[in-house]
Design a protein around this ligand. Structure first.
Ligand SMILES: O=C(O)CCC(=O)C(=O)O
Length: 264
């Protein structure tokens, strides 16, 4: 970690999360969204081919419940990800995604916020889509620290590529949970990490956002996916940002040089 740098959780106010409005370049956001839209349609076609029937016959969500059966029939890994609303590795590696967090305006704001000269981005970032009536795409309450053990102290920057409203679900945050202890996580349904314990003491809220906005929070903040009821597809990217290469043991993207450092 950079010398004398404050802990990232200490950069936040009492709620433990911060919304930055209109930070991102609208053109970069639109490029990423259109790319993901095309990739989702391609993955849908690949899934239909594997299944041997069109998806419309049952709808995406109903196939989520059949994953175990499909796995036993040899469902490829990429399509396993597709069935829980995650993009495949090839898609995630596309530089158009990390470009979203690399514009001069974004670099200036994130370095200022992190009280640092530079930052790097875990590469590739996690990239998701959500459609209505697909319960297995909804992540349960969790903290990001337990499944990012390769990162020292990090900032999650959650970026929706479409408008998030009451129907098009974004993230629900647990106000003030960022200073609480890290809790044990257990597998839950389609997901490996659900926070254990009673968190009802925290006030929760669904953060409404527009494309171009970012939501920042530290590793212990409890959050979950909001329900998604919209006919619009939700696309989003989960970025994990650290101050320097000393803060990670895995591959990263440098938004200042455009270089990827590959670490096996
Ligand atoms: O996009 C979502 O619904 C969940 C994202 C998330 O939990 C994260 O970025 O840690």
């Amino acid at each position: 970690m950079a010398k004398n740098a404050p802990l990232i959780k200490d950069l936040f106010g009492p709620t433990g999360w911060q919304l930055e409005r209109e930070l991102l370049d609208p053109a970069a956001v639109a490029v990423a969204r259109d790319f993901l839209d095309n990739r989702r349609i391609t993955l849908q076609r690949q899934f239909e081919q594997w299944l041997g029937e069109p998806l419309d016959a049952q709808g995406y969500g109903s196939h989520q419940g059949l994953v175990k059966e499909y796995e036993a029939r040899g469902l490829p890994k990429d399509l396993r990800h597709y069935l829980r609303g995650e993009f495949d590795l090839e898609t995630r590696l596309d530089k158009r995604l990390v470009q979203v967090l690399s514009t001069p305006q974004c670099r200036a704001r994130l370095t200022q916020f992190l009280e640092t000269d530079k930052y790097i981005i875990h590469y590739p970032p996690m990239t998701r889509f959500k459609v209505a009536d697909a319960p297995n795409s909804i992540l349960p309450p969790h903290q990001d620290a337990p499944y990012n053990a390769h990162l020292n102290d990090f900032l999650t920057v959650w970026v929706p590529l479409v408008e998030i409203d009451n129907d098009c679900g974004g993230l629900v945050v647990y106000d003030g949970s960022h200073t609480a202890e890290l809790v044990d996580h257990i597998a839950s349904g389609a997901w490996e990490a659900k926070a254990t314990g009673d968190h009802s003491r925290f006030h929760t809220q669904h953060v409404l956002m527009k494309p171009g906005d970012i939501l920042m929070f530290p590793p212990a903040l409890l959050h979950e996916s909001a329900p998604h009821r919209s006919e619009r597809v939700r696309y989003s990217i989960d970025f994990r940002v650290v101050r320097s290469a000393d803060d990670t043991t895995k591959s990263f993207f440098d938004p200042f040089t455009g270089a990827v450092t590959q670490i096996d």
